[in-house]
Write a protein that binds this ligand. Structure first.
Ligand code: ZN
Ligand code: FE
Length: 242
């Protein structure tokens, strides 16, 4: 089983250390900054052997060069975004796999937030690293893709098992939940989840990871009736005050 350590950085980013005890391998997912990530690994005696990037935005690749220089790790990122990913060694797309020790992760193409956005699914440990595609009760903004693409991308992720842990890259849950309640004010699962989220944030606890099952029950973007309904919700969220 892979062990995940969540490192909160910047105002609301999460960087993940993913460790395989048997091999001693440690992957870093979406390193925005280097120092706290290197410290979290060192504190555990873990050696960083690779970086997995979900997409090219600076808050996901910002520390690629520094961590590679410090550790000699390799860098894997999405095909099509190679030119914007510092230090990339291997470009992957759907159909490719990545490995952390003996555990294999499947690459899933999830365009929408960016054109080449990847998600990484480690089925044996039940982990999904989805960057800025699926958030707890939300989804990424459509900077380089269409509503149709994002609906397809979210559909691929929602096909994963309900108990899959969803490790997204931002703590946006409280704002997402406030918006979700405007869409589905009578959704009891959503009301209950939001109460838990508010309590967690009051004491500074993370609300991530989520699960696919929770997103199926409470996320207004995975619950849209069709592409037009999704697009209307996404547009409304874009101008939602928070
Ligand atoms: Zn992004
Ligand atoms: Fe981001």
């Amino acid at each position: 089983m892979l062990e995940v350590v969540q490192v909160p950085v910047l105002s609301d980013n999460y960087v993940y250390l993913v460790h395989d005890a048997a091999s001693g391998e440690t992957a870093v997912v979406d390193p925005a900054v280097a120092e706290p990530v290197l410290e979290a690994a060192a504190a555990r005696g873990w050696r960083i052997t690779q970086i997995l990037n979900t997409h090219w935005h600076p808050d996901h690749v910002g520390a690629n060069a520094a961590i590679k220089a410090a550790t000699g790790c390799t860098i894997t990122g999405p095909a099509g975004e190679e030119s914007k990913i510092p230090g990339i060694d291997r470009a992957v797309r759907e159909g490719d796999t990545v490995a952390i020790g003996a555990e294999t992760g499947r690459v899933i193409d999830v365009p929408g937030h960016t054109a080449g956005h990847n998600a990484y699914h480690f089925a044996s440990s039940g982990l999904l690293f989805c960057g800025d595609t699926l958030f707890a009760m939300g989804c990424g903004r459509l900077f380089e893709g269409t509503p149709e693409q994002m609906v397809g991308s979210l559909g691929k992720l929602m096909a994963l098992p309900d108990d899959t842990l969803v490790y997204c890259a931002h703590e946006y849950t409280a704002s997402n939940g406030r918006f979700a309640l405007t869409v589905e004010p009578d959704n009891a699962a959503l009301q209950a989840r939001m109460a838990e989220v508010v309590a967690a944030r009051e004491v500074g606890r993370p609300t991530v990871p989520s699960t696919i099952g929770l997103e199926r029950a409470t996320n207004p973007f995975t619950r849209a009736a069709d592409v037009a309904d999704f697009a209307a919700r996404r547009a409304a969220k874009d101008s939602f005050p928070g």
